[in-house]
Design a protein around this ligand. Sequence first.
Ligand SMILES: [Ca+2]
Length: 174
Amino acid sequence: MGSAGGGGARGGTLNNCVVYFNTATNGANFYQDEWSGPLNYCCTMPMPTNGVGNITNEPAFVETNGWSNLRLQSNSPCINAGNNSCVTTSTDLDGNPRIVSGSVDIGAYEFQGPGSVISYAWLQQFGLPTDGSADLAHGDAMGTTTGRSGVARPIPLTRSRRCACCRPRPPATT
Ligand SMILES: [Ca+2]
């Protein structure tokens, strides 16, 4: 909690961080100016103007009453929404594996349960389930892309690029 500016962070560069629920007169969660580094793959509000891969959804901690458990709930948008190239340790704050289900989570604790290998924030944005059932629904044709972000995300289906099983077929000719 800060009084002047940047309740959660002021300046610096943040990767794969939750910066949420802070208060300050100016920049409740973070304060960026022309000398600040970017916020990348962070869960914060509002959306940073300097940085990539950020989400603004609430992180869905297990228990915010007294901030007693900042592990991620099984439906947290932070799950798999981080960037593996920013990972510098093999374990999370609990000593568990830092990367589970292929992609690192945003925040200090990696969700250890089963589920999708895709960013939960991305899945939730499109109303897709996070239990893993969406991962292979169109996997053969759609696949995933890591692009320049390095984060595994399915290639979005568009009207011009549908998977073979969904693509309208021309009428049969006899
Ligand atoms: Ca993960």
